[in-house]
Design a protein around this ligand. Structure first.
Ligand SMILES: NC(=O)C1=CN([C@@H]2O[C@H](COP(=O)(O)OP(=O)(O)OC[C@H]3O[C@@H](n4cnc5c(N)ncnc54)[C@H](O)[C@@H]3O)[C@@H](O)[C@H]2O)C=CC1
Ligand SMILES: O=C(O)[C@@H]1CCC=N1
Length: 277
């Protein structure tokens, strides 16, 4: 990839994307990170051979893509400041901020930009991420390809055709790692209660989660088939799964995901309302 890319914010998510880009042979001199924290700048330059600056100027912002990678709460102020610094060139703006609608970005930065909004997840930090993307109006095919190439360095990418679907993506893959972590915590506690020591319980739970995820991805069988293969008639798995059914696990998961999607929607609205006040 030989596009020039600028990150606004050099925190966790930016670092994972930069590390992915560098592994994909994107030259360090094509990547600039705008980061106020001097220690983080030094670390990023040392670890990844990229250019770092404390503040953006028109030259920096004349890149092919500018990736907004600061916390959502900081975005209104960061965008208002950036809006005064662009020269005539309009780079593609890619936002990875959770819950911030494109309408808000256009309100803060200006209507004349092309925007891609995405929802990455934390496994991006180890290159095992899943990102949902949505392209606003005016995004060219080349720009869409560029956004996809950047996010694909951190894991799989999926495009949605309506911005509102990013709320569903947020409730699925954005927050999803936490659901699996919560399940691991519950199993860890359950294993200890059954008499396993802490380390043994932890090892067994984590490797079972890894094994199950790898099998679901690599075997080509769907999870229902794989579940049936573990479940002997009248055996131990059936005894456990019966308890899940009695507690209506499916309804609980559905309800939790709907709550996450609703929250994604209201978070975005709240941010917009705050900046209109
Ligand atoms: N789906 C998910 O689980 C995740 C989504 N995200 C999204 O990614 C974005 C970044 O999150 P993290 O990397 O975890 O945050 P972070 O806090 O690690 O990084 C943000 C960076 O922005 C820098 N910064 C602060 N003010 C700045 C300014 N005026 N100009 C430039 N940089 C500035 C901070 O010093 C910090 O290094 C967030 O908007 C978040 O919503 C991030 C992580 C996971
Ligand atoms: O919990 C949150 O609001 C963010 C969005 C998805 C993951 N973390």
């Amino acid at each position: 990839m030989d596009s020039s890319i600028v990150f606004i914010g050099g925190g966790n998510m930016a670092t994972s994307l930069v590390s992915g880009l560098r592994s994909a042979d994107c030259p360090g001199e094509r990547i600039t990170i705008v980061e106020p924290d001097a220690d983080k700048r030094r670390q990023l330059a040392d670890d990844h051979g990229v250019r770092t600056v404390a503040e953006a100027d028109a030259e920096v912002l004349g890149a092919d893509a500018v990736i907004l990678a600061v916390k959502p709460q900081l975005l209104p102020e960061v965008c208002a400041d950036l809006a005064t610094r662009f020269a005539d060139r309009r780079p593609l703006i890619i936002s990875i901020a959770a819950g911030v609608p494109l309408a808000a970005l256009a309100q803060w930065l200006g209507e004349d930009f092309a925007f891609v909004r995405c929802m990455p997840n934390t496994p991006s930090l180890i290159g095992a991420g899943a990102t949902g993307l949505y392209a606003g109006t005016g995004v060219t095919a080349d720009q869409r390809e560029l956004a996809d190439a950047i996010l694909a360095t951190a894991g799989i990418t999926v495009w949605v055709d309506a911005e509102s679907r990013l709320d569903a993506v947020t409730a699925t893959s954005g927050s999803g790692p936490a659901y699996f972590f919560a399940f691991m915590e519950a199993m860890h506690a359950g294993a200890r209660e059954l008499g396993l020591d802490d380390d043994t319980a932890r090892e067994l739970v984590l490797h079972t989660a890894l094994g199950a995820a790898r099998m679901a991805i690599e075997s080509g069988d769907d999870p229902a088939t794989l579940r049936e293969k573990v479940t002997s008639k009248g055996g131990t798995t059936a005894a456990a799964l019966d308890r899940f059914e009695a507690g209506d696990l499916n309804a609980l998961v559905r309800d939790a995901m709907q709550a996450a999607a609703r929250r994604a929607d209201t978070l975005g609205q709240e941010l917009m309302d705050d900046t209109r006040r």
